[in-house]
Write a protein that binds this ligand. Structure first.
Ligand SMILES: Cc1cc2nc3c(=O)[nH]c(=O)nc-3n(C[C@H](O)[C@H](O)[C@H](O)COP(=O)(O)O)c2cc1C
Length: 198
């Protein structure tokens, strides 16, 4: 049995100037590193070129279409990951367009992998985006885990340095999410490698 740790990519889904996403991602990344069961990579979508004019052919017909040069690094890191945690706000009760574009530009990169969520926003705490993401990833044959972390009215929960005022409950939620994610990521990684050997 291999002891190589599974790879977790934490994805910062928002890209706008002045965004809060990196603060939440930084908090979660620290939780994931402390959890210790994954090798953690942090993917900032603001660093990728993510045009909205998608390839001419749908992904089911051409799963690896030509992509812009500025997307190559993103694609490579998505390919390498065994599991993902998407850090997302609600934008008009749904997913930021940057995140949807990153998802739509890829296909095999999501297939049979485990996905968890950390949400933040106003009253809805990212949960409306998360519910949409569950539907989207179902179409991509990914498994979304039940447990999540949500920060409703995040601006009341973090101080100006980005430190949580009351960290215990979110830390416990992050641990449950990471436990579930690791279980599913292990099962799916084993199933993918059996399939690759067949
Ligand atoms: C285009 C847009 C739409 C938004 N829609 C919602 C919303 O539907 N529900 C909500 O609670 N907050 C909403 N907000 C507030 C965001 O949750 C808040 O601005 C948050 O900081 C956005 O994440 P970001 O800073 O990482 O971009 C919206 C913000 C933007 C920019």
């Amino acid at each position: 049995m291999s002891h190589t740790p599974l790879k977790l990519a934490v994805i910062i889904g928002s890209v706008r100037e002045g965004r809060f996403g990196p603060v939440v991602a930084s908090w979660f990344t620290e939780q994931a590193r402390r959890h210790g069961s994954f090798e953690v990579d942090v993917i900032d979508l603001a660093e990728a070129h993510l045009p909205l004019d998608l390839p001419a052919v749908p992904p089911a017909l051409d799963p690896n279409p030509p992509r812009p040069d500025g997307m190559a690094e993103l694609t490579r890191r998505l390919d390498e990951a065994d599991a993902f945690v998407i850090v997302t706000p609600d934008y008009n009760r749904s997913v930021p367009a940057s995140l949807k574009a990153a998802i739509d530009w890829h296909f095999t990169q999501w297939n049979a992998k485990a996905i968890g969520f950390v949400g933040y926003s106003g009253a809805s705490g990212g949960l409306l985006a998360i519910e949409h993401l569950r539907q989207i990833f179902n179409e991509l044959n990914a498994h979304t885990v039940r447990n999540y972390v949500s920060f409703p009215r995040y601006y009341l929960l973090f101080d100006d340095e980005g430190t949580l005022l009351e960290p215990e409950e979110p830390a416990a939620a992050a641990t449950s999410l990471l436990d579930q994610l690791h279980w599913w990521a292990s099962a799916l990684a084993a199933a993918r490698s059996l399939e690759a050997m067949a």
